[in-house]
Ligand binder design. Sequence first.
Ligand code: TRP
Length: 447
Amino acid sequence: MIEKRAVFATRFAAVATTVGSAVGLGNIWRFPYEAGMHGGAAFILCYLAFVFAIALPVLCAEFAMGRDTRSNIFGAFRKLCPGGAWHYVGYVAILASLLILSFYSVVAGWTVEYTLASVCGKLNFADAATGHGQFVELTTGWRPVVWTVIFLLCNVCVLMGGVTKGIERMSNILMPLLFVLLVAFCINSFTMPGFADGIRFLFSPDFSKITPAVLLSALGQAFFSLSLGLGCMMTYASYFSDRNRLGTTAFTTAMLDTLVAILAGIIIFPAVFSFGISPGSGPTLVFEVLPFIFSQLPAGAVWSTLFFMLLFLASITSTVSMSEISITFLCEEKKMSRRSATLLSSAIALVGGVLCALSFGPLRGFTIGGMTVFDLFDYVSSNICLPLGGMAVSIFVGWVIDRRMLRRQMTDGGAFRFRLLPVLVFCLRWLCPAAILLIFLNSIGLI
Ligand code: TRP
């Protein structure tokens, strides 16, 4: 028999863990680099529209499926539609979650490197020209492999601590602290010479920049940032108590997550323009820019240590949730012990992680379709698997299963009225599937 399923102790803990999953490198590293590569404000506008019109309804649907079935993604589809083939979505989701875990661990590994470099006073802030050089030094060669491995080991340690103890405790304390630090850096941005340019880049859209690629990336980013499309939020919701207003939890998560991404943008872009870095630098952008910001601050090394440490912890609360997708699947469907399940999925991510880590150094020249292994994993999982997973969830909840399931879950079994239910149903039946489909067809040039 499977171990008894855990339930998050309080409503606060449920929100804190969900936000812990959502807020991570996706907001602070991926959002600025994607925005920078795709025209700034135009991208952000699409992103905001997608978060609230597409991702939020899918988030509610994932919550409902998770809490209704109290299962992993595979079991949730099967319980709600026995005999159907929907649970195969689960396989794709599990595969994609391991791809994400692979490249995510590499970036999280950089945060470890940067934390230690800050502690040892090795981050060289003095000379603007060395910022880039230093990043290259820190991220090429074999060193990142070591950090990726160390990060995955930390991840395993938290996962072994179990759901309630390990995850809850960490999120409750650290997420608010990260938030305070972000607000402080954001205020500091106002003093930068490039502040006006940065803000213009972020908030003054040039509509001609909205291309099919921008739309697809913004959609992928909305899903990535809210941990959607792979049943991650579904798995977390399976640990929610029966008295946990799903609509409120979903809305709070989306708001806080978006807020953190925007704060990260306000921190990064004024600095980008102040120090003459190209906003379109790609995945390395944030790690090149941040040391400049710290160099301007009194006691820069202290700030940078604190910041990278918190970023590391924010990454762990996200990777833990990503790992839960495959771990709950292996435990509940394949009857593995939690320990073996953790080790197996981490081992797979380790292999992927090493390949991704090397793709900034020795494997730089190895490209598939013009992308390095790192870029490929990122692109395939975020821009293809996540939106398709989200589309599957919305069609499933909107059309395939009994609509009373959604009503029951959104109202805590009829304990209160959920006025937005018709809007939610409309989004899940029509808006989400149609919008995702159009964006896809558009991006492959079919329409
Ligand atoms: N949302 C997290 C972030 O922004 C990343 C993440 C955690 C994720 N779990 C996920 C992304 C599941 C996709 C699927 O950093």
